[in-house]
Design a protein around this ligand. Structure first.
Ligand SMILES: NC(=O)c1ccc[n+]([C@@H]2O[C@H](COP(=O)([O-])OP(=O)(O)OC[C@H]3O[C@@H](n4cnc5c(N)ncnc54)[C@H](OP(=O)(O)O)[C@@H]3O)[C@@H](O)[C@H]2O)c1
Length: 355
């Protein structure tokens, strides 16, 4: 098989080609700060308000990013006429309350990943969004990077042939006491880190016919380390690993019958791609992201994408549908349950905590 002479160009909306929406941020913690900085640096989106349970924290965050309106409650933020879209950046066990409040107030919503800690809770939020006619999107930001659009194009054009094996892994070292070790805070490796490998495989291979997960729990009860093997109807497989105990290379590849595609590590950040032909000692071509938007600055792409989708009138993302968001959450539920980790009250659908 002969490789193409080069990579297709990325297909992402230009930041200055989409309408500037007015954003309100809920939960001014670690990721909210990175998001705010990247949005202000790389998009024409505006941030008009921020809310925290603590008005002091909201005021400090507002001062840092030049946000005009700091607020002390979710209710005040979602009620504001000068907020078009709400970014929910609280810890994941408390995404539901702010997300449902924003939807009820008629706002579009971008919700940090994982959208919710179980598939049932994710489905509840997304169903409410569709009923209200607003856009609800999980902040699976990797899907909106330039390299993700190139991968989609290569697959759609058949450059890889038939995909036979996808491998992706995301493990990092976290010290004991980190929120990821807390079952009450929706912790565990799968929900925070494993979601990236799961989403990567899902975008390429869809719904597995079967899956098996093996791994171990931390003393606190959350999943500490695991490997999931998914097998698809045509025999293709995905090997997805994650963990909180030791840093891994953060690698991902897609092996097709015509070509091998490797995403440069860390695969979930803006990095680059290498495409190799089907020969053991064959040739390869590479593409490097030269946008000047490195690492987590890439969170900005999803803000521009959201504004573009809102402008088109859709209520879900064309590259990360509600059905797929819930399906990935269900696969994460299944993997977590296989390891013996369940959240308190998880089975009581009518008792879904609203956070
Ligand atoms: N995309 C990425 O690369 C990335 C990276 C890291 C994290 N994340 C995701 O972003 C989310 C936040 O993570 P983070 O590291 O930024 O967390 P964090 O800084 O520990 O917390 C974020 C905010 O959550 C709110 N919060 C915490 N516990 C709460 C509770 N019991 N009730 C109500 N609000 C509570 C707090 O808001 P108040 O100010 O109101 O107290 C806090 O400021 C998580 O879902 C995480 O998975 C994404």
């Amino acid at each position: 098989v002969t490789l193409p002479s080069g990579f297709p160009p990325p297909e992402v909306p230009a930041a200055d080609a989409v309408p500037p929406l007015r954003w309100g941020i809920i939960g001014p913690g670690e990721i909210a700060a990175v998001f705010a900085g990247s949005v202000l640096a790389h998009t024409r989106q505006r941030i008009t308000a921020v809310s925290s349970r603590s008005l002091d924290r909201a005021t400090a965050f507002a001062g840092r990013f030049g946000i005009p309106v700091p607020l002390g409650s979710v209710e005040e933020l979602v009620a504001r006429a000068d907020v078009d879209v709400v970014y929910v950046a609280t810890q994941q066990h408390v995404h539901d309350g702010p997300a449902l409040a924003a939807i009820a107030a008629g706002k579009h919503v971008l919700i940090e990943k994982p959208l919710a800690i179980t598939a049932a809770r994710a489905d509840r939020i997304l169903t409410a969004g569709r009923a209200a006619g607003v856009l609800v999107m999980e902040a699976m930001w990797t899907r909106y990077l330039p390299q993700a659009s190139i991968i989609r194009r290569l697959v759609a054009d058949g450059v890889l042939g038939e995909i036979r094996l996808v491998q992706a892994e995301h493990a990092q070292y976290f010290p004991p006491g980190h929120r990821l070790f807390s079952p009450e805070a929706g912790g565990g490796a799968l929900l925070d880190l494993g979601i990236y490998p799961f989403a990567f495989a899902s975008g390429l291979l869809g719904e597995p016919a079967s899956s098996a997960t093996s791994g171990s729990l931390a003393p606190s009860g959350v999943d500490a380390q695991s490997v999931t093997v998914q097998t698809f109807a045509n025999g293709a497989q995905a090997v997805l690993s994650t963990g909180l105990l030791a840093k891994s290379p953060l690698a991902a590849f897609v092996a097709g019958t015509s070509a091998l595609l490797e995403v440069h590590a860390p695969f979930f950040l803006p990095t680059g791609l290498t495409l190799s032909d089907d020969q053991l000692f064959g040739s390869s071509i590479s593409w490097t992201d030269s946008s000047g938007i490195p690492a987590h600055q890439g969170l900005s792409y999803q803000a521009t994408a959201l504004a573009s989708i809102v402008a088109g009138g859709a209520v879900e993302s064309p590259v990360h549908s509600h059905a797929e968001t819930v399906a990935i959450a269900r696969r994460l539920d299944t993997a977590r349950h296989a390891l013996g980790f369940r959240f308190a009250g998880e089975e009581q659908v009518s008792g879904v905590p609203t956070g």
